[in-house]
Design a protein around this ligand. Structure first.
Ligand SMILES: [Zn+2]
Length: 359
């Protein structure tokens, strides 16, 4: 059993874990991220890895970080929530650690983990959409991550869905993530509570204050109880989600969409309106199979598991060809045991199961 370390580097914390070949985390630890200082963040990463290395024999180390990673998987070009700008992250961490590391975008790492061990097991054409502060996304085509020429592919959060719409942190207007994200959900509920406080009684109760006290978990809680205002917020966000997925299907035609991030914890409260909007907006509807739309299964561990597994795959790719067949993922073993619930994806998952070597 070859072990690997995966590190999930976010704006507030560094989480590192030792991951086995079945995607299980054997040990895990967390550090807070000194986000304002690139060098201290790198030291926090190195410290966490060093602590795990003292107790485990590992073959590879992968970092999944929130930001734009270049196509060489070495430099963090830009990180919205960290101080990295053109930071040679791979080199800096390797200098501190004395071991090789692989740097990956965090959404890519999560998508890889979901395709290998989670909601998209057995699928080869997958789009992950993670709804958090904004939208994190990743694309798998034929079982491989699609990175684009410069490593920047998979940022549909900044596709313009409303001309001259809401201002986005990226400087443009009308970006998808301004209408469909954790922040958008909260903004929707707060705006409703300001406009119609008598309709938002439960939301305000659970928040414990004024409209500003309403958070994502509060909205999910209220919606779970059947509160109409909270349900309406999820319908709005779910509607934007489904329309955006239909646009992605027009470009990529995936078999499976995996929806992650905090908002996805609402499950079908979000996905039912999303599926309805998806089916309404899909080009050629009625004459094409419908992609699966599923909730991510690995939760907050996906980044650790994916970063570790990608680093393990990279180290095997560099190794002699005896292990070459293991490089491809998701492969048949990844689809075992669980048939996909419906429709279109079935073909692809079944095909993947019947084809152990990968395509
Ligand atoms: Zn934007």
């Amino acid at each position: 059993m070859t072990l690997a370390i995966g590190v999930d580097v976010g704006g507030t914390k560094v989480a590192a874990g030792v991951v086995d070949e079945d995607g299980r985390i054997l040990a895990k630890l967390k550090r807070s991220t000194p986000a304002a200082s690139p060098s201290r963040t790198e030291q926090a990463i190195a410290d966490a890895v060093t602590e795990l290395l003292a107790r485990h024999q590992v073959a590879a180390i992968g970092l999944g970080a929130a930001g734009f990673v270049d196509s060489a998987r070495a430099t963090m070009l830009f990180a919205p929530n960290l101080a990295w700008r053109d930071e040679p992250l791979k080199q800096r961490v390797e200098e501190r650690l004395g071991h090789q590391v692989v740097v990956e975008n965090d959404a890519n790492a999560s998508a890889w983990a979901e395709a290998r061990f989670g909601a998209a097991r057995g699928y080869r054409d997958v789009v992950l959409v993670a709804l958090g502060t904004g939208i994190g996304a990743a694309i798998l085509v034929g079982g491989e991550l699609y990175r684009g020429r410069w490593g920047m592919a998979g940022e549909p959060g900044h596709v313009r869905v409303v001309p001259d719409g809401r201002l986005c942190g990226c400087g443009n207007r009308g970006c998808w993530e301004q209408y469909c994200s954790g922040n958008a959900l909260v903004a929707e509920a707060r705006e409703f509570a300001r406009r119609t406080p008598e309709g938002a009684i439960r939301l305000l109760q659970l928040g414990g204050g004024g409209p500003e006290s309403i958070s994502g978990p509060v909205i999910t809680q209220a919606a779970t109880e059947g509160d109409p205002a909270a349900l309406r917020c999820f319908q709005t966000i779910g509607g934007w989600l489904g329309q955006g997925l239909a646009d992605l299907a027009a470009i990529l035609d995936p078999a499976c969409f995996v929806i992650g991030g905090g908002v996805s914890e609402a499950g079908d409260l979000l996905l039912d309106p999303a599926r309805a909007a998806f089916e309404r907006a899909l080009t050629g509807r009625g004459y094409r199979p419908l992609a699966e739309i599923k909730v991510a299964e690995l939760g907050q561990d996906a980044g650790i598991v994916g970063a570790a597994d990608l680093a393990r795959a990279a180290s095997r790719a560099a190794a002699p060809p005896a292990t070459a067949s293991r490089r491809r993922a998701p492969q048949s073993s990844a689809g075992r045991g669980r048939a996909p619930r419906t429709r279109a994806g079935q073909d692809e998952a079944a095909q993947a199961r019947a084809d152990p070597g990968g395509a």
